[in-house]
Design a protein around this ligand. Structure first.
Ligand code: AHG
Ligand code: MN
Ligand code: MN
Length: 320
């Protein structure tokens, strides 16, 4: 039988790869590991919880239970990050402004606590996306500048997918590794060491409902995928679509549309995170013109078009 390595063991074993104080990374990743397990527990009973609330909700107010899962996940991640001291502030999809801890911590975190949340009610895979940056500013309180760093400054990037299995996948810039949660013991175990993505793939993932809103170049590329009888796969949870394509080879696209000329996805906690992971796995990510990781953010909730996945496919898509 193969050796079993837990995520906790792996983080400790690899902490020397981290440029800064080693214990800090362990602390940071531990928060996500723990929060991931707790969100997983809630996700797995989401249908059940809704039924219970449906029966009781009208009679008594149960604030916590009534919270939507994405608010629950957001509060949980923030609570754990706040309590552990390395993180000074968080930018989350669920908070319009920066959430400050004012603790002088050396890192800031960006996150999408629950990605694909429209899929919760229908029992389809969802995820969590997170990035960690070293602060630029000094002192007790983080600044906007700390969050306006390009993605190439990420010190770690990861996601958790709550799917048929729950997995945590992360990189610190030394390759990508994936861990699957064994629910019977509540432990993430190394299941996907040194993940690499195929250079070519046969899956294209895009919301084709927007086809007539895309540019000619994007439409040409989609037509070409069809002519080549590629597989169209679109879950509508970025993490899940990305994860499948990472393993099997493919391209995920969320182009600009007439309605959303900047695209829909967010640079700080969707595109940048997955761009670092895909590059570490041998793939590429671009907004159509510029490498995602080189974009200089100007806003917390900035949107950008995203083309991400197997190198050959993304390059071809860029030629239209
Ligand atoms: P979120 O649930 O965090 O708001 O993200 C939803 C995103 C992403 O997960 C998904 O790929 C995309 O929205 C789907 O958008 P469309 O429904 O427009 O295809
Ligand atoms: Mn999202
Ligand atoms: Mn979300």
């Amino acid at each position: 039988m193969a050796n079993i390595k837990t995520l906790a063991e792996f983080i400790t074993e690899r902490q020397h790869e981290f440029t800064y104080a080693t214990g800090e990374l362990t602390q940071l990743l531990t928060s996500f590991r723990l929060a991931g397990k707790m969100v997983n527990r809630e996700v797995n009973k989401a249908g059940l919880a809704e039924d219970i609330l449906g029966a009781q909700g009208t009679e008594n107010v149960q604030g916590e239970q009534q919270q939507k899962l994405d608010v629950y996940a957001n509060d949980l991640f923030i609570r754990l990050l706040r309590s552990q001291g390395e993180v000074c502030a968080v930018a989350s999809e669920e908070n319009e402004e920066i959430v400050h801890f004012d603790n002088g911590g050396k890192y800031v975190v960006t996150m999408d606590p629950l990605d694909g949340s429209s899929n919760i009610d229908v029992n389809v895979s969802i995820g969590t996306i997170f990035s960690i940056y070293r602060r630029i500013s000094e002192g007790q309180t983080a600044t906007m500048e700390d969050f306006m760093q390009p993605g190439n400054k990420q010190v770690a990037a990861g996601y958790i997918i709550y799917g048929s299995s729950t997995m945590l996948v992360y990189t610190t810039g030394h390759g990508v590794n994936g861990f699957t949660l064994d629910p019977s013991i509540g432990t993430f175990c190394l299941s996907h060491p040194n993940m690499t993505t195929p250079e070519e793939g046969r899956i294209y993932s895009v919301n084709e409902g927007n086809y007539y809103d895309f540019s000619d170049g994007v439409r040409n590329y989609i037509d070409d995928c069809k002519k080549q009888k590629m597989s169209g796969r679109y879950i509508g949870s970025l993490v899940a679509d990305f994860h499948r394509n990472l393993l099997k080879g493919g391209i995920y696209m969320y182009p600009a549309t007439k309605k959303d000329p900047k695209g829909k996805l967010r640079l700080l906690y969707e595109a940048n995170t997955l761009a670092m992971i895909v590059e570490q796995a041998g793939g590429i990510a671009t907004d159509g013109k510029t490498r995602i990781l080189d974009l200089k953010p100007t806003e917390l909730h900035q949107r950008c078009p995203l083309y991400i996945g197997s190198k050959g496919m993304v390059e071809k898509a860029m030629k239209g």
